[in-house]
Design a protein around this ligand. Structure first.
Ligand code: DC
Length: 216
């Protein structure tokens, strides 16, 4: 059997991680795993079931009863496709909040490690190179200025018919950056062995090409 290739892509919200990771996965013929979508799915389930972040007992019992998987690019929560309902500003916030909870991280990191142990993958998130796949063969840290990231998110949301302003999206991005980089448990950091790519002003193709070049 060929050796597994694991590629970790970390970086702040809206840096283009998922778009780039998907493109690289396609080029290399490996699986793409969106760990942010997993935190969003848990945030979604907590909000549907009305579980408070402080209610550890209900949270832990819910997590025991939760099944998360990816099928052909869709995220499946307890047998139901939730790919679209988790992509709202409200769910971005819910995901950011629940991702600071130890019980949530423990559950999702275990599933993510299992996924990376069986096959070659490119996985994106915040703690992939620093925690989930510490021994990944390739690590990237993808950044872009807050304004450029907010502009991309804004266009995406407006395209989906969401009623938002650029200022709201920028404020949201800055708030999430703060929460994701300052939380105690596995905050977003660039590891020493990660290759940093600043995607400000670059096209999707240019960033994809840079990554593929590093890998080859
Ligand atoms: O990448 P995203 O915006 O879909 O991620 C949603 C939230 O989940 C984000 O606020 C950070 C958190 N997250 C995390 O803490 N660890 C990961 N590996 C992935 C996402």
């Amino acid at each position: 059997m060929n050796k597994l290739m694991r590629i970790a892509v970390d970086g702040p919200s809206g840096a283009g991680k998922s778009t780039i990771a998907k493109a690289v996965a396609k080029r290399l013929g490996i699986d793409y795993i969106d760990t942010g979508a997993m935190y969003r799915a848990i945030g979604y389930k907590m909000s549907v079931e009305g579980i408070d972040a402080g209610d550890t007992e209900r949270l832990e019992s819910m997590l025991k009863d939760t099944d998360i998987d990816f099928v052909r690019g869709d995220i499946i929560l307890d047998g139901r496709v939730v790919s679209d309902v988790i992509r709202t500003p409200e769910m971005s916030r819910a995901a950011s909040v629940c991702s600071a909870l130890p019980a949530v991280r423990a559950k999702l990191v275990e599933i993510q490690r299992g996924m990376g142990a069986k096959k070659s993958v490119i996985m994106d998130g915040r703690d992939i190179g620093s925690n989930v796949l510490k021994d990944a063969e390739y690590k990237f840290f993808l950044t872009a200025s807050p304004e450029e990231r907010a502009q991309r998110r804004y266009e995406e949301l407006v395209g989906k018919g969401e009623d938002v302003t650029f200022e709201q999206v920028l404020a949201d991005i800055k708030e999430r950056d703060h929460r994701d980089t300052t939380r105690k448990l596995n905050p977003l950091i660039k590891t020493e062995d990660a290759v940093e790519i600043d995607s400000t002003g670059l096209s999707i193709d240019e960033v994809t090409e840079k990554m593929i070049k590093e890998i080859r």
